[in-house]
Design a protein around this ligand. Structure first.
Ligand code: AMP
Length: 403
């Protein structure tokens, strides 16, 4: 991160896209907490700090009269809490790149923090508009991107803006640096054996990830709804389980490739099935390849959990993305919560673990194991794309196209 910031106005793109309830209370401040080290380091380095972020999707959720719902989406809502966390009176400008932010940025002194209004209030933000980016860039002498969660978006404040600063005046923030270092560590030099656990609803969302990890992982666990496409591809009867028929051939190819590369592909051999997609459905445990019509697999079964646990406990590095079942419903949360516990246990025994993706992170937090794993990513989609090998616009903009 930039160190020579004394007497500079440093423009920092943070991710303050936090959940806020109808009483304007922040219900989870994790993202704000994660941005604090960068802000504090800049203040310690004698900088004046200008923070910009998006919050929600104000352009998609406009009021009936076509105006932006300022009350709901204003970043002003995070200012009191940020002031408390930093122990200073954080200032706010009610526009982004307009007259008020220009004046307030100009008057900002060393040691002070200014939050400008939600960048997505300007339609140019999501379009990566150069004029809007130039207006934002004008507010500061240097630019830091610490919003890993939006690094996969080529938006004005996350990507376009960087080109208005010389390479020596732009950098990642501490959070971005940590996210990138952790993702690179598992991609470039994973400790072996390496176990990857992929879950979630759709194979189509995780195909690239699976393809990439087949090249070097020792064990790959396929859980969640997407497992049933693999089971059907092996001629199993999956009843009414989730399936993507367009991906059956691809699933077959992946199974063959795993064999060829000597990767232990763990497709759950048994499942907890339900006669309805509901918390109070009737349930039973059966082989995943023998699911009767009218029933659907909603969680991995005990035999599968045994194999998955062994693969996790035997690993020196672990990556986990996506739930193994419909963990939002208690009856189908055992697989996911067991994985959360086992990954924590393996980490305590010395394995490196990276947890990415909103649902896996929620499960780790819910299980009380957040402080026992090695790294929890703040970037769901961004981490997924980075691990898939995509070049993220927010990263490329800072460091060139060698990321
Ligand atoms: P994704 O967004 O693709 O990571 O998927 C997350 C969602 O997948 C969660 O909301 C889970 O409830 C859902 N899910 C996990 N396992 C299953 C399953 N066996 N059938 C249907 N949905 C599932």
């Amino acid at each position: 991160m930039l160190t020579n910031v004394s007497n500079k106005k440093v423009l920092v793109r943070v991710d303050f896209n936090v959940p806020i309830n109808s009483d304007h209370q922040i219900t989870d401040d994790t993202r704000i907490q994660k941005a604090l080290p960068t802000i504090k380091q800049l203040l310690d380095g004698n900088a004046a700090v200008i923070l910009m972020s998006h919050l929600g999707r104000p352009q998609k959720k406009k009021l009936e009269n076509g105006e932006i719902d300022v009350k709901k989406f204003s970043l002003k809502q995070v200012v009191p809490h940020l002031s408390t966390l930093l122990g200073i009176d954080v200032k706010f400008a009610a526009d982004c790149g307009g007259d008020e932010s220009i004046l307030k940025a100009r008057d900002l002194k060393v040691g002070e923090v200014l939050v400008i209004e939600n960048t997505r209030f300007n339609p140019g933000e999501s379009k990566g508009d150069s004029d809007f980016a130039a207006k934002l860039a004008h507010l500061g002498d240097a630019y830091i991107n610490d919003a890993f969660g939006t690094a996969h978006r080529a938006h004005a404040s996350t990507a376009t803006i960087a080109s208005f600063f010389e390479p020596q005046d732009r950098s990642f923030g501490l959070l971005m640096e940590t996210e990138i270092a952790n993702a690179k560590s598992i991609l470039n030099s994973p400790k072996r054996p390496c176990t990857a656990i992929f879950g979630g609803a759709k194979v189509s969302d995780k195909i690239k990830l699976i393809e990439r990890f087949i090249n070097f992982a020792d064990n790959i666990v396929i859980g969640g709804g997407m497992a049933y496409t693999f089971i059907k591809a092996q001629e199993g009867s999956i009843g009414n389980s989730l399936v993507e028929d367009d991906y059956l051939d691809l699933a077959k190819d992946l199974i063959a490739k795993a064999k060829e590369y000597d990767v232990n592909l763990i497709i759950p051999e048994d499942s907890v099935i339900a006669d309805n997609f509901a918390a109070d459905a009737n349930t039973q445990t059966v082989l995943s390849s023998e699911i009767p019509d009218g029933w659907m697999g909603l969680d991995v079964g005990p035999k599968a959990i045994e194999k998955i646990n062994a693969a996790i406990l035997g690993a020196k590095s672990i990556i986990w993305n996506g739930p193994l079942g419909v963990f939002e419903m208690e009856a189908f949360s055992t697989g996911t919560m067991t994985v959360a516990d086992t990954v924590a246990k393996a980490s305590q025994n010395g394995a490196y673990s990276l947890i990415g993706g909103g649902d896996s992170v929620a499960a780790i937090n819910k299980s009380g194991n957040a402080d026992k794993v090695s790294f929890i990513s703040t970037g769901g989609g961004a981490m997924l794309e980075f691990l898939e090998g995509k070049q993220l616009p927010g990263i490329v903009a800072i460091e060139g196209d060698k990321a």
